[in-house]
Design a protein. Structure first.
Length: 181
């Protein structure tokens, strides 16, 4: 019974999250470009990895809410060689000691074809099970150089607003989607 209530709370949280109006592909591209520039301006390590990446998936706004059960959602843009090559949705349900509501951005940097292929071949890319995923935290680049970057995917979280106990991407599902024109 408790599990059912928690799942119900998580699903309800998805619908209670602040929802922006449906974004057009142009609006989403502009938001993603601005978010990526903000990340590069504030994090030189992201710029270094971005220069090595073959593609970058940027989620400019993710909304997360929860109380024991939680949910998060947002839309993103995949850039390759500076061009838009796809649109994606990120959705997650979670369970644990958590409470609050938060808005944040994140970017995934794909450093090799194998990792990018995994995103494109899977019907729903699950970050918790992604091959060679590294979450770049504060001070991450201190021990990194362009020659020691060996993982396939690097994730950067940025622009956090609001109050939420914990942030993570385990179990996050990323699926292709088509925004309105």
């Amino acid at each position: 019974m408790k599990a059912h209530l928690t799942l119900l709370a998580a699903v309800a949280a998805l619908f209670l999250l602040p929802q922006a109006k449906a974004e057009t592909s142009r609006e989403l591209r502009i938001q993603a470009e601005k978010a990526l520039h903000r990340l590069y301006r504030n994090n030189s390590g992201a710029r270094v990895i971005g220069d090595k990446a073959i593609a970058v998936l940027v989620f400019p706004t993710i909304y997360k809410a929860g109380f024991i059960g939680g949910a998060q959602t947002g839309n993103g843009v995949l850039f390759k060689d500076g061009k838009v090559v796809g649109y994606y949705n990120s959705t997650a349900l979670s369970y644990g000691l958590q409470a609050g509501i938060q808005k944040f951005s994140y970017a995934l940097f794909f450093l090799d074809g194998k990792s990018l292929h995994y995103l494109n071949k899977s019907g729903g890319f699950e970050l918790g099970g992604a091959p060679s995923l590294v979450v770049a935290k504060e001070g991450f680049m201190a021990g990194m150089s362009t020659t020691t970057m060996q993982k396939g995917i690097y994730a950067f979280f940025f622009g956090q607003e609001g109050l939420m106990g914990g942030i993570g991407i385990q179990g996050t599902k990323i699926s292709q989607y088509t925004p309105s024109e």
